[in-house]
Write a protein that binds this ligand. Sequence first.
Ligand code: CA
Ligand code: CA
Ligand code: CA
Length: 232
Amino acid sequence: MKKIIALVFVLMLIPGFVIATPFNNRPEEGTNLSSLQTLLDGVYGAGLFDVNIQETAAIFQPSVAGPTSSSFLILLEVAGWLDINTFGIYSYSDPSKMLQVFSGPNGQGDSAAVTFQSGWVQLGSDDSTRILNFGTNFGYYITTGAPGTWYSEDDKNPGGWAQMLIYAFPGVPNEYIIACEDQNRNIFSDNDFNDMIIKASEVKPVPEPATMLLLGSGLIGLAGFARRRFRK
Ligand SMILES: [Ca+2]
Ligand SMILES: [Ca+2]
Ligand SMILES: [Ca+2]
């Protein structure tokens, strides 16, 4: 127990601890989201999504444990590079492991399933795409005509800029909208985040660091309780 409490305190004292966790500061500043709002209103009806209410989670996992699949749909692409931009997922434990889900020629209405099993991933039943030791925690990436590769973790992008905004689907568990900006925001961008809009299903965020801190304070509380009991 003492070791766990000590570990929690040490983690809380490390300035980089919060920064190093896979969570983004939201809502993101400097965006130009009126077009994204109009597009989502057009697909789902006015008022369902508020583009200013953005998820802080950057890393996700399948919503079901064990052998399972998550699915992805291209809702819209409003971009000059719509035939070039690709979308995929990367391993949180080893970001060099990337599974492309959509290629440039894929477009609006295309969907794909990602299979998770025993630590590996692949597209649907296509064994030739299998990536071993991928794990189940993943982030999202796009490769773009900028050129460049941008990630759902802001820290991995040039200048630490957000290149993806993520929205929980109101009233539908385990569904998220991923709105991507394909231009390099550290150099020049129109910041419209409508360049590739993906709907992800059967996914959920990895737990918030706040949960870990709460768990930590819970442990500390328990330790205090135990100490008081021993004194009696
Ligand atoms: Ca495309
Ligand atoms: Ca854009
Ligand atoms: Ca655009």
